[in-house]
Design a protein around this ligand. Structure first.
Ligand code: ADP
Length: 656
């Protein structure tokens, strides 16, 4: 038997492992099982090149709990280790500048594990003593027993072990009784080991019989050793992909919309399958479903810095040995490999979508409503994706027809270009509320888009920025004649004073809630068969307000009251009738004296004090009618509610 000190140049490695790695201590199991799987895979490789002769026999990795002895054991039948190898790989934790590094990173657990390759030593996070029993595959090898109680001293001696391979025995610390519980261990195995390439057995299979769980003879295998992403796409059918999706997300009921199988070996290694889930609202519940693997070992489902943000909405797996898994997040962000991977995934996803659109436009259109959130989010946050996405990002009109922006522009070019050469795309976000406006637009032969998605406002603004002479205008943002101005506006014959009188009369009767709601009264010569009074809402202000809900730095717009124009249609007989009822009055107005005219040559001359005669118009005794007209305008755009609505109904009955 030999005793020795573990070759870390610092004494304090154990306290560091125990204390600072505390938060993530469950990863010990992943580390030990990865080592067992590696040792088994290495053996298989040696066997395939003829360096290990004969049948390999049982190669399963087993995890067992002994509650009495309070041990958890990971056993493999891999290559094993000779005493020299244990000394080299376990005793001499070889790294340079250990002390310095430890001091610097005392509290960064993950970085330490990554840097040291401390995989095996993570066992000490949860154990008061760890033992290794190992028999190397090498001819004439002697079995070795290593033991260590969580301090830099260890013992090593020969032992007797019948089977090739390694048993790692953890004497679980009293602080962590959960690691002696079957349910906890099974949970961890399912989390980290579900797709490892070597079978992992844990206990026996169980079955329900007569209301009781009974153990079968068969071992309980935790993992699927050939998960779909490691197989060739040509060997997989759609059903296989769907099945794998449910293997990944047993709680997920919906079928994915479609999938992308990733497979690269240059300039980095990456395989995986990404699924498009249905996303309607609430981006967040769909986030962080992609699982990241490193050679089939589960690492994390936080892929935020590895894939572009919008891709975190996808589901599926990415497996890459080239992603530096154990380093800090800020490092990931600046890592070149990670950037390349992220760029590759973007390109691959965009290409696949383009291909799907080309192959079957109708089929793609059917799925559009479910994937649009994802694509729009990508367009808004990733320039490269935007460029590709213009080829398959769709717009839907009120007839339920879909088209890309370019296709749609061709469709409306003839009728929807204004006199200044701007193409105006009309839209609504609520076809019911805008019914009257839509009817008027249709009567003019205009097409109306349905833009009711959460990101649509942003998508429109982006399209306007990228396309010269393109404007989106909501159907209720002006009178129809002004939405797409074809020639100079029609005029009415009223004087400014007459219109001013009319405006004031209406203004006095508007509901007042100035903090939240503001109305501006305007006179416009709209079509005679349009409503006498109606509301419009300025496109720019409304959109700024909508966008402020999602964007930082725009709270200024968010705090502004909602503002509407109350348009008095001077071409409508009812308004004309009201104008006719206006009474006029002449008032004298003194102009403010012009200081430059002050005084003559000798200073004695008084400034000329001419007065101006002005005609003022007033509309009196028509309040009930005016109120009724205002209410009709409010009603037509869905704004008349509660008490105001009740009053309107009563007044209508009285008028009848
Ligand atoms: P890493 O796995 O990152 O190299 P570890 O501390 O986990 O670091 O393991 C150190 C080395 O010990 C491994 O590279 C391997 O050579 C050896 N080793 C650990 N566990 C086993 C095992 N179960 N069978 C054979 N060799 C092992």
């Amino acid at each position: 038997m030999s005793k020795g000190n573990i070759g870390v140049t610092s004494d304090n490695i154990f306290p560091v492992i125990k204390k600072f790695l505390y938060s993530d201590h469950e990863i010990f199991l992943r580390e030990l099982i990865s080592n067992a799987v590696d040792a088994t895979s290495k053996l298989k490789t040696l066997s395939s090149v003829g360096e290990v002769k004969g049948d390999l026999g049982d190669t399963r990795v087993r995890v067992t709990i002994d509650k009495k002895k309070k041990t958890l054991t990971v056993s493999d039948h891999g290559i094993g280790m000779t005493a020299e190898e244990v000394d080299k790989f376990i005793n001499q934790i070889a790294f340079s500048g250990a002390e310095e590094f430890l001091n610097q990173y005392k509290d960064k657990a993950e970085a330490i594990i990554g840097h040291f390759g401390l995989g095996f030593y993570s066992a000490f996070m949860v154990s008061k003593k760890v033992e290794i029993f190992s028999l190397s595959y090498k001819e004439d090898a002697k079995a070795v027993h290593w033991s260590c109680e969580g301090n830099p001293e260890y013992t090593m001696e020969d032992t007797i072990k019948a089977e090739r391979g390694t048993d790692i025995v953890l004497h679980i610390d009293d602080e962590f009784p959960q690691y002696l519980e079957e349910a906890t261990i099974e949970g961890l195995l399912k989390k980290y080991c579900k797709f490892l390439p070597v079978e992992i057995a844990f206990g026996k299979k169980k079955e329900w019989k007569d209301g009781k769980q009974v153990e079968l003879d068969e071992e309980n295998i935790i993992n699927d050793i050939n998960p779909a992403w490691t197989r060739k796409p040509a060997d997989l059918k759609d059903e296989d992909y769907d099945k794998f999706y449910h293997e990944l997300y047993p709680m997920q009921m919906d079928e994915p919309l479609f999938h992308i199988h990733l497979n690269v070996d240059y300039p980095f290694n990456l395989t995986g399958i990404l699924y498009f889930p249905k996303i309607k609202t609430n981006l967040d519940v769909h986030r962080n479903k992609i699982q990241l693997y490193c050679n089939q070992v589960y690492v994390t489902d936080e892929v935020t810095h590895i894939v572009p943000e919008y891709l975190t909405l996808l589901h599926g797996v990415i497996d890459s040995p080239d992603i530096p898994l154990n380093v800090s997040r800020s490092y990931l962000q600046s890592d070149n490999n990670v950037k390349k991977i992220s760029g590759y995934i973007t390109k691959k996803v965009a290409d696949k979508l383009a291909e799907l659109y080309k192959a079957d436009k109708d089929e793609f259109a059917k799925k559009w409503d479910d994937i649009k959130m994802f694509i729009q989010f990508g367009m808004l946050t990733d320039e490269k994706f935007y460029e590709k996405a213009t080829g398959f990002a769709l717009y839907k009109n009120l007839d339920g027809k879909y088209a890309t922006l370019d296709e749609y522009k061709d469709q409306v070019r003839e009728n929807q270009v204004d006199k200044d050469g701007n193409m105006v795309l009309l839209y609504t976000n609520d076809a019911d509320a805008h019914y009257t406006y839509i009817e008027r637009a249709k009567a003019k032969g205009y097409d109306v888009l349905l833009m009711d998605g959460e990101l649509d406002v942003h998508i429109m603004s982006q399209a306007e920025q990228k396309n010269e002479k393109l404007r989106f205008v909501r159907i209720d943002s002006d009178i129809i004649e002004n939405l797409i101005k074809k020639e100079d506006a029609a005029k009415d014959t009223y004087t400014d004073e007459q219109k001013e009188g009319l405006r004031k009369a209406f203004e006095a009767l508007l509901p007042s809630d100035a903090d939240k709601l503001k109305y501006y009264v305007t006179c416009e010569a709209a079509a005679a068969d349009a409503l006498p009074v109606f509301l419009t809402q300025n496109e720019f202000m409304r959109r700024m307000k909508e966008m402020s809900a999602h964007q930082q730095g725009m709270s200024f717009y968010g705090q502004m009251p909602d503002s509407y124009n109350l348009v008095l249609n001077t071409n409508h007989p009812l308004i004309q009738e009201l104008v006719a009822k206006e009474t006029s009055e002449e008032v004298q107005e003194k102009p403010t004296p012009d200081p430059s005219l002050k005084g003559g040559e000798n200073g004695s001359e008084e400034p000329k004090n001419e007065t101006i005669i002005k005609t003022i118009y007033k509309l009196e005794g028509e309040d009930e009618r005016l109120k009724q007209l205002i209410d009709i305008a409010l009603l037509a755009s869905g704004q008349l509610k509660g008490e105001a609505l009740a009053k309107f109904v009563n007044r209508s009955v009285e008028l009848l």
